[in-house]
Design a protein around this ligand. Structure first.
Ligand code: FMN
Length: 312
């Protein structure tokens, strides 16, 4: 595949970012994606700084290709991680859940490429003005924390509003999704849910199997009332959560229920009482594969090119 401007900017072969996934996207997954030609990302989530540092150092041993670190701006140690990536010479930073504006100058001084996740045109424009190198426009089909707009509606509007490369995220699970993202004007894709079932992904096998057997309508959104909506696979926990929200219980009660829930699913494999974050595209995903197989399939676009020329 021909490298586009985003590939050249990130130093990668295929215009695909492996989405950060808190407590899941570690050095094993990130290095495997980078070795396969994409951009692997280590998710820092709420992890202690020492763990993040170790993961960065381990990734450097596993790959000599560029990889990135994702910073959840809501987390208590976001500022420390923001500095750590500079000290460790990380090439790319992606950010989730907010506006990383106050760190951008520091990252630029250290030559770190900055790619924030945005869920609106307004934030995309603000990020471009603040010096972002690209933006990830993430639609609400995605797993994890989400905004309001769908990928189909958000991506072309962001593409028209900014001059930096736009990476499409949310609901992209195979080469048809990749082709659709390009047709909307994106220069790359970010994929989370499909990489959950990658062979190199160290998430608990129960979590992987739950994604593999998921049907199209199996995800629900919890946490709308807290201002932090999250897309998860339906289970006992999501039902409890939705009941509390319906009863308009205080936010503290909801936060208590959500505390440690992702780790419960990711590490202990408790897919009934833990938070099994995944996107709507889970219904399309049917088997475990290596990162290399996933990326090769997603960019095998020749057949689709012929199909398009038949249609138009
Ligand atoms: C389990 C899970 C955890 C996630 N955690 C984060 C995170 O820590 N930071 C972030 O910016 N995005 C996070 N995301 C969003 C992904 O990085 C990515 O944008 C999203 O999964 C893309 O949509 P898809 O799930 O349809 O592939 C998470 C997604 C999932 C499924």
């Amino acid at each position: 595949m021909r490298k586009n401007s985003f590939c050249n900017m990130a130093g990668i072969d295929y215009p695909i970012i492996q989405g950060a996934m808190a407590w899941i996207a570690d050095s094993s997954l990130a290095a495997a994606v980078s070795n396969a030609g994409g951009l692997g990302i280590i998710a820092s989530g709420n992890a202690p700084i020492e763990i993040v540092k170790n993961e960065i150092r381990r990734a450097k041993k596993l790959t000599d290709k560029p990889f990135g670190v994702n910073i959840m701006l809501l987390s208590d140690n976001a500022k420390e991680v923001a500095k750590l990536v500079c000290d460790e010479g990380v090439k790319v930073v992606t950010t989730g859940a907010g506006n990383p504006g106050k760190y951008i100058d520091m990252w630029k001084e250290h030559g770190v490429k900055v790619i924030p996740v945005v869920a609106s045109v307004a934030l995309a424009k603000r990020m471009e003005r603040a010096g972002a190198d690209a933006v990830i426009a993430e639609g609400c089909e995605a797993g994890g924390h989400i905004g309001e707009l769908t990928t189909m509606a958000l991506v072309p509007q962001v593409v028209d509003a900014v001059n930096v490369p736009v990476i499409a995220a949310g609901g992209i699970g195979d080469k048809r999704g990749v082709a659709a993202a390009f047709m909307l004007g994106a220069e790359g894709v970010q994929v989370g849910t499909r990489f959950l079932v990658a062979k190199e992904c160290t998430v608990h096998p129960n979590y992987k199997n739950r994604v593999i057997i998921a049907k199209d309508i199996d995800t629900v959104i919890t946490g709308k009332s807290t201002g932090h909506p999250v897309r998860v696979l339906r289970n006992r926990l999501s039902r409890q959560f939705q009941l509390l929200e319906k009863q308009e219980e205080p936010i503290e009660k909801l936060e208590e229920l959500g505390k440690g829930a992702l780790v419960k699913a990711v590490k202990d494999g408790d897919i009934h009482n833990g938070s099994v974050m995944a996107g709507q595209i889970a219904g399309l995903i049917s088997k475990e594969e290596t990162c290399e197989e996933i990326i090769e399939e997603m960019f095998d676009l020749i057949g689709l090119k012929e199909k398009l020329s038949e249609l138009i």
